[in-house]
Design a protein around this ligand. Structure first.
Ligand code: Z5A
Length: 206
């Protein structure tokens, strides 16, 4: 049995994580890998329940509570979905993971970053590769508008919040160059996919 690999896609809203995780999963399947595609918050029944609570906007959570809710959802996701897949030799492509908590709750909302990094350090698994899709304004907002659909609690936060989140992702990528690859997400969909596949090939396949 080949070892499973764990790839996460990170970045702000509209950066193209959903689009690119689908293309990446298809490309890996075409290469003969067994692949599951999943997302956070969510990816397991208990975690999907918490996703609804986190995104519906009826409660303005204090940053520490919100941080812990994301880690509670992640514990369910890891135990029920990610770890069993990796143990079975599957590749896991995950839309958002630990770095989103550090970027959104830590950099964006001002939750204690040392608490977040402590919880990350205690995780059962770290990604083998993290693609950080970097996209600034006004392109991100234009894409969100074009995509349509309702706006969730995070999408209603202001431009300064999203600028802090973007800075957070950039700092995370710079601090962990072995795990992270920063990709310019303003390029067209095919070019972003090519950049991601280059990272996957050079870091995980060659
Ligand atoms: N959150 C948190 O605070 N803490 C945590 O620990 C975790 C999450 C895990 C989940 O939202 C929210 O939870 C998230 C952070 C918070 N909120 N925000 N913001 P979600 O899962 O519902 O949404 P999202 O992760 O932000 O995804 P998104 O807004 O749907 O964006 P995306 O997946 O990155 O983009 P997309 O859907 O692939 O593309 C958006 C549109 O742009 C679509 O019409 C595409 O066709 C188009 N697109 C994509 N790529 C391109 C390119 N390259 N060119 C042109 N057009 C493109």
């Amino acid at each position: 049995m080949t070892a499973g690999r764990f790839i996460t896609l990170e970045g702000g809203e509209g950066a193209g994580k959903t689009t690119q995780s689908a293309l990446l999963a298809d490309a890996l399947i075409a290469l003969g890998m067994q692949v599951i595609r999943t997302r956070e918050p969510g990816g397991a029944p208990g975690a999907e329940l918490l996703r609804g609570i986190l995104l519906d906007g009826s409660i303005d959570w204090v940053p520490r509570a919100e941080t812990l809710l994301h880690f509670a959802a992640r514990a369910e996701h890891l135990a029920n979905t990610i770890l069993p897949a990796l143990r079975a030799g599957k590749w896991v492509v995950c839309d958002r993971f630990h770095d989103s908590t550090l970027a959104y709750q830590g950099y964006g909302q001002g939750a204690e970053r040392d608490l977040i990094t402590l919880l990350i350090d205690r995780s059962e698994v770290a990604p083998d590769l993290t693609i950080v899709l970097d996209l600034g304004e006004p392109v991100a907002s234009q894409r969100i508008r074009r995509r349509g659909g309702g706006s969730d609690r995070y999408e209603r936060l202001d431009a300064a919040f999203h600028a802090r989140v973007r800075q957070g992702f950039r700092e995370i990528a710079a601090a962990e160059p072995k795990r992270c690859v920063l990709v310019d997400a303003s390029a067209n969909i095919a070019d972003v996919h090519t950049a991601i596949m280059t990272a996957v090939r050079t870091r995980l396949l060659d």
